[in-house]
Every structure is written in structure tokens, then in C-alpha cells.
Write a protein that binds this ligand. Structure first.
Ligand code: GFB
Length: 328
């Protein structure tokens, strides 16, 4: 049983909801959470009042303005400004109220576009960033540097984890703003349900991406909270990547869609590859457990019983996952 109180900022999101599930499973009984209506994390005064009142001992900073390649490209002000506001408020209020330990979440897009693969933590700030998500990456780098500055100037135990591309329950399935995995899952599901012959995949299909299920991520984050006390950033990934084409084919297989894939090169590819080197985390003794196929099967089951599928085109029974779907 864990006796310290822990504030999970962003507890309804993709990462925060998984963190709460994992903490509950591991005996954390004093989890503090606030909805956006109860506490706007961009409001400095409100955040400071909340920390003075609640005095959490631990903080997981899983609240952020996030989105896929198109949303990042379209709304650079929101991605830069909102993330700076949220993280500046939470990190400085944590210090002011005496939080014992804070865990900040970055992203694999903080690394240079052409970083050597797999990407080691030392690659940070060694080259230009991918332009489509530079504002988001700059905000995340500022968050890392602020945590490190509090560690250096005040001895704060503020640590930063860098997750790879994530997927899981509570993901965003909006086709304009989502990441590739939920977008393709929805597109392929709806194509099958509507009996369409093909699905459009953005870009050339050649970029490589590494995917980690949020249940694995949440377990790694709890592990780091309990075992890692360094201001040096630490990567969290699954250790394997696939091309966008391979991902789409895998999803077709899980969903049971027999049609074809059409690639749209007018859409951006983004960075060619971002596979994280996770040897620092592995050396501490943590391992991921959910393979990509199993993870996609799990998230497809979740999707089918969610409102996203209910808002779809056909009754659910008409588009249940095909068991033994033929490989493409
Ligand atoms: O996941 P994603 O939007 O973001 O796109 P990034 C990954 C790749 O999938 C790109 C392709 O090459 C896309 O062109 N793709 C193919 C699609 N079809 C689709 C589709 O229907 N929707 C989407 N969204 N992509 C994000 C950053 O980069 O990674 C964020 O923008 C964050 O800042 C996140 O860091 C982890 O992997 O390129």
C-alpha cells in the first residue's frame, strides 16, 4: 500500500487515465485528480491555490495539448503556448508547495529529425527538429530544462521521461487531429463496415514509427517514480518499429478488412524514423509486455464498445473483428 498522495494532471487523457489505472492496481490509494472544468491548468493563480490546498506529495504531469502530424502543423501557437502554460504552472507550483517528486512527460519528437537510430538520450539538442512538430517539441524541451533547472538550483527531484508514439484506451479518434494508429484503426473499421474497396493512408507509407501501449507506458512511469531519481531524461519505448504501411496492413488484418491501401503523398510524412534507444530503462530492470499486434487487438476491442464506433456507419454486429482474417 502506497501512503503518499499523488496528483495525476490530465487523468482523463490517453496517458493520465492509464497512469491512474496502474497506480490503483499497485496500491496507490490517495490519487488526486481534477477535471478541466474544476481546474484549468493554464490558470496560474488557480493552479497555485490548488497546490497550496491539496499539497500533493507526488505529481505526474500527464496533461498536455497533443495531436497528430496535421494538428501540430495547423495549430503551432496552441501546441507551443498551451504546453508552456500548463507545464510552467505545474512545475513551479510543485516546487513552491514542496512536492517531493514530480514526473514530467516529454516526447520522442524532442530529438533531432535526423538523429542517429536508435535514438539515445544524449541526442537532445544536437540537430534541427522536424518542422511539423517543432513548436510542440520546443515546449517539451523547455519542460525538461525547467525540471533540470529546479533540480540544479534547488535540488528538486523532478524527473523527465520521453515516451515514444503511444496508443491505448481514451485515445483521440478524430481523423483531423489524431495520431496515425487511432486514425487508421477508425478509417479501416469504417471502410470495412461500409463495404468500401480502399482506405487512404497519408504520406508515402515509408516513415517508421515505434508504438507503445499506454498500459506499458504507465507501468514504466510508476517504475520510474519508484526507482529513478535523476534529472537526466530517460526514454520509454517498445524497442521495435514498423513502417506506416506495415502498421496499416497489421490493422487491416486485425479488423478483417480485405480492401486495398491508397497512399496520399500530398500529406506530410514527418520525421523518417524515431526509434528510441531504451537501454537506460532496460538496465534498471523494466520491460514492456504488450506486443504491437496484441495491443492493436486490445485497442480494437476497446474501440468497438466505445462511443467512437457507435457513432460509426453500421450496426456493431456487422463489423465485429473477423476471427482468422486472411493475411494480406
Ligand atoms: O502519428 P502521426 O500523426 O505523427 O503520423 P508523428 C505518423 C505518420 O503516419 C506520418 C502517417 O508519416 C503520417 O503521414 N499517417 C498515415 C497518418 N495515415 C495517417 C492518418 O490517417 N493520420 C495521421 N495522423 N497520420 C507526432 C507529432 O508526429 O508524434 C507529435 O506530431 C507527437 O508532436 C507524436 O510527438 C508522438 O509521429 O509524425
Amino acid at each position: 500500500m502506497q501512503t503518499e498522495s499523488i496528483f495525476v494532471a490530465g487523468h482523463r487523457g490517453l496517458v493520465g487515465s492509464a497512469v491512474v489505472r496502474n497506480l490503483q492496481k499497485h496500491g496507490y490509494r490517495r490519487i488526486i485528480a481534477r477535471t478541466r472544468a474544476e481546474l484549468d491548468l493554464r490558470e496560474r493563480g488557480a493552479v497555485y491555490r490548488f497546490f497550496r490546498q491539496e499539497k500533493p506529495e507526488l505529481v505526474v504531469l500527464a496533461a498536455a495539448k497533443v495531436g497528430g502530424i496535421q494538428a501540430n502543423d495547423r495549430d503551432p501557437v496552441d501546441f507551443l503556448l498551451q504546453n508552456l502554460e500548463i507545464q510552467n504552472n505545474l512545475i513551479s507550483a510543485s516546487h513552491e508547495s514542496g512536492v517531493r517528486k514530480l514526473l514530467f512527460l516529454g516526447s520522442s519528437c524532442i530529438y533531432p529529425k535526423f538523429a542517429e537510430q536508435p535514438i539515445r538520450e544524449e541526442s537532445l539538442l544536437t540537430g534541427p527538429l522536424e518542422p511539423t512538430n517543432e513548436p510542440y517539441a520546443i515546449a517539451k524541451i523547455a519542460g525538461i530544462k525547467l525540471c533540470q533547472a529546479y533540480a540544479r538550483q534547488y535540488g528538486a527531484n523532478f524527473i523527465s521521461a520521453m515516451p515514444t508514439n503511444l496508443y491505448g484506451p481514451e485515445d483521440n479518434f478524430d481523423l483531423q487531429t489524431s495520431h496515425v494508429l487511432p486514425a487508421l484503426l477508425r478509417k479501416i473499421h469504417e471502410a470495412k463496415a461500409a463495404g468500401r474497396a480502399d482506405v487512404v493512408v497519408w504520406g508515402t507509407g515509408t516513415p517508421r514509427r515505434e508504438f507503445l501501449h499506454t498500459d506499458d507506458l504507465a507501468d514504466a512511469l510508476r517504475f520510474l517514480l519508484e526507482n529513478y531519481d535523476s534529472p537526466e531524461i530517460i526514454n520509454v519505448g517498445s524497442g521495435q518499429d514498423v513502417t506506416v504501411r506495415e502498421l496499416a496492413e497489421l490493422i487491416c488484418d486485425v479488423v478483417g478488412f480485405q480492401g486495398s491501401l491508397i497512399f496520399d503523398p500530398s500529406q506530410p510524412d514527418g520525421t523518417p524514423r524515431k526509434l528510441l534507444d531504451t537501454s537506460r530503462l532496460l538496465a534498471l530492470g523494466w520491460r514492456p509486455t504488450i506486443g504491437l499486434r496484441e495491443g492493436i487487438e486490445r485497442i480494437y476491442r476497446w474501440f468497438l464498445q466505445s462511443d467512437h464506433a457507435k457513432a460509426g456507419l453500421m450496426p456493431l454486429q456487422a463489423c465485429a473483428p473477423a476471427s482468422g482474417a486472411s493475411p494480406r
